[in-house]
Design a binder for this molecule. Structure first.
Ligand code: PLP
Length: 481
């Protein structure tokens, strides 16, 4: 049988399997109910010498793989933040897989670079970013797709470092970068995602974790004080990472206050809006974006809430030279005749290789349109508020922080230990999946509206499970579901 003939048949079967998986996902336990090491017991310990049969492989998908899958797209999955999924994104990724180009330079696949540039402008406009972040027009702005928000933070952090070193050396030509490096200091809040501190560990550059206020936001006065202290010690403040939609509470740093300080002190401000960024598709949530005009770089993950399958992290800068000059290497095998006149995304990221990820973004934007994506955001917000009301209707519980987007943080008005026990029971039930966080010594549960198929009935079901397990935990009443 010719290879493509087989592929056509198997491909149809796979599409059927994929569609069936999504249609029936609700019936699977959202959290995998297996123990570590379960899988190696189910498959041979070496690869087959001769091809296995397609039918046997597909049987093993159900037997070996699915029991160990945590189903992030189940409407009963309420852990972490959402991860995106949609048939248009899968179709776009299929096309990307078959083209299989490595678009590190423009010439390595012009469509890969050009589509990415255009759809990043589409997306930037759709979320209301200032024009300076766009590639169209005469400015130096533009967007690039990174794999993750962690990479976007790292890239901006390293680029900010190089920019500051170059600036310092302009006035101290007798010094080199190794004289400046130990003096650099960056800032973020104690609510920032762990990847921000990790960027400083990777780069071996000092970063201070500044205290957030009672609303879990970083305010300007705290940053200003830290900058003054550090300047008095002879240090050089060069980078701030602000967060819109923090991981634990979905809280928002005060971008305007932080940004004005960064502008005055000549500090690079990176904005990490990994989860919350998708909400800005809806004009009514753009008040949360206020102050973004001060940002040097901005990032959010369409692969979180925007129905795009992992990986697709959208990053914009106002001045592409900040990236291009930061990590410049120019081996002869990568040179091409249009170099300098076109974008070569290899300068904008850590790895050399890059997939054609803009295809899935293009497919989703075209097949769903901004309006469908807005509906998706508004529905999740509404469901989060529905859940919040249910929590508030039971006097044994309290809400922690504020419900601003699709995340509800809540706890029993009881000890951390009881809340911990409740979460354990919830996840052991195999019916819904939630995770916790601990901030300022308070343990709480996080309920995120994740799958696009989540409806009000799923929210009510989740609440029923939580209440019944609470009755059992506090009063010994056995759960009925
Ligand atoms: N930043 C924030 C605010 C997040 O909530 C997360 C993950 O949830 C990240 C960064 C990390 O995202 P990624 O896995 O794309 O690096």
């Amino acid at each position: 049988m010719a290879e493509s003939k087989e592929f056509r048949e198997q491909g149809k079967e796979m599409v059927e399997y994929i569609a069936g998986y999504i249609d029936t996902i609700e019936k699977r336990p959202p959290l995998a109910q297996v123990e570590p090491g379960y899988l190696s017991k189910l498959i041979p310990n070496a690869a087959p010498q001769k091809p296995d049969k397609w039918e046997d492989i597909m049987k093993d998908v159900e037997k070996v793989i699915m029991p160990g899958v945590t189903h992030w797209h189940s409407p009963h999955f309420h852990a972490y933040f959402p991860t995106g999924n949609s048939f248009p994104a899968i179709l776009g990724d299929m096309l990307s897989d078959v083209i299989g180009c490595i678009g590190f330079t423009w010439i390595a696949s012009p469509a890969c670079t050009e589509l990415e540039t255009v759809v990043m402008d589409w997306l930037g406009k759709a979320i209301g970013l200032p024009e300076e972040f766009l590639a169209e027009g005469n400015g130096k702005g533009g967007g690039v797709i990174q794999g993750t928000a962690s990479e976007a933070t790292l890239v901006s952090f390293l680029a900010a470092k190089m920019k500051r070193i170059r600036k310092e050396l302009e006035s101290q030509p007798d010094k080199d970068q190794y004289d400046v490096l130990p003096k650099l200091v960056a800032y973020t809040s104690d609510q920032a995602h762990s990847s921000v501190m990790r960027a400083s560990l990777i780069a071996s550059i000092r970063m201070r974790s500044l205290p957030s206020n009672e609303e879990n936001a970083l305010r300007g006065n705290v940053l200003q004080k830290a900058i003054e202290e550090d300047k008095a010690k002879g240090l050089i403040p060069f980078f701030v990472c602000a967060t819109l939609g923090t991981t634990a509470f979905c809280a928002f740093d005060n971008l305007t206050e932080l940004g004005q300080i960064c502008e005055k002190e000549n500090i690079w401000m990176h904005v990490d809006a990994a989860y919350a960024g998708t909400a800005f598709l809806c004009p009514e949530f753009r008040y949360l974006l206020k102050g973004v005009k001060y940002a040097t770089s901005f990032n959010f993950n369409p692969h979180k809430w925007m129905r795009i399958n992992f990986d697709c992290s959208a990053m914009w800068v106002k001045d592409e030279d900040d990236l291009v000059h930061a990590f410049h290497v120019d081996p002869s095998y990568l040179k091409h005749k249009h170099q300098g006149a076109v974008k070569d995304f290899r300068h904008w990221q850590i790895p050399l290789g890059r997939r054609f990820r803009s295809l899935k973004l293009w497919f989703v934007l075209r097949m769903m349109g901004i309006e469908k994506l807005q509906e998706h955001v508004r529905k999740a917000m509404q469901l989060a508020h529905d859940f919040e009301k249910l929590v508030l209707s039971d006097s044994r519980f309290e809400i922690v922080g504020s419900v601003i987007l699709g995340l509800v943080c809540f706890r029993l008005k009881d000890s951390n230990e009881i809340n911990e026990k409740l979460l354990k029971e919830i996840n052991n039930s195999g019916k819904i999946h939630l995770v916790h966080s601990t901030e300022k010594e308070t343990y709480f549960l996080r309920f995120a509206v994740c799958a696009s198929s989540t409806e009000q009935k799923h929210v009510q079901y989740a609440w029923k499970i939580i209440q019944e397990l609470t009755n059992s935990l506090l009063n010994g009443i056995p759960p009925s579901i």
